[in-house]
Design a protein around this ligand. Structure first.
Ligand SMILES: Cc1cc2nc3c(=O)[nH]c(=O)nc-3n(C[C@H](O)[C@H](O)[C@H](O)COP(=O)(O)OP(=O)(O)OC[C@H]3O[C@@H](n4cnc5c(N)ncnc54)[C@H](O)[C@@H]3O)c2cc1C
Length: 133
């Protein structure tokens, strides 16, 4: 019978972070994973979404301030959504809107702003040198 894996089995399985990869996510890891999900979902959102797709995207975004398990992040996001309602009219507009919201967080955390013209390259197409193909 196969033995259950123990923490020791994963000790060499470290992420780029200082803690082992089997640890529950901290605010930074959760943030990276969530941004990955949101930007990738926006990158593949339809150019002409149906009203059903728009409504579901709005539900997804508006659920974050309620459910996101980092309370100060969630509360900032709630305020941001109130001031800048999501543009779910199509893929390009949504990707731009999300990039701007992410940049607001970057700015608040003292990080560089991301060039929103490069959103598709980062989250959908990869660089033109083919290094991600
Ligand atoms: C909704 C939300 C709110 C958050 N609020 C807070 C907070 O209040 N306080 C806090 O400490 N942390 C917050 N975080 C986490 C924080 O944003 C980062 O995820 C975390 O600090 C790790 O940062 P990072 O430098 O590894 O890259 P991240 O900011 O996680 O970015 C991941 C990758 O996305 C790309 N990227 C960066 N900016 C953009 C952009 N504007 N558009 C498109 N792609 C981009 C870059 O390639 C980057 O490597 C929040 C996360 C989310 C999802």
């Amino acid at each position: 019978m196969a033995a259950l894996a123990t923490a020791a089995d994963f000790r060499s399985d470290r992420s780029s972070d200082s803690r082992p990869a089997y640890c529950p996510p901290d605010v930074e890891q959760l943030g990276r994973a969530t941004w990955t999900f949101l930007h990738t979902t926006a990158a593949y959102y339809p150019d002409r979404p149906t009203s059903w797709q728009r409504a579901n995207m709005l539900n997804l975004l508006h659920s974050l301030p309620v459910l996101y398990p980092c309370s100060h992040c969630a509360s900032h996001l709630g305020e941001t959504l109130r001031i800048n309602p999501p543009d779910v009219s199509g893929r390009v507009a949504l990707s731009r809107w999300l990039c701007e919201r992410h940049n607001e967080v970057n700015e608040r955390l003292g990080k560089d702003k991301f060039n929103c013209a490069k959103t598709d390259e980062r989250w959908k197409d990869g660089p033109s040198d083919g290094s991600c193909d």
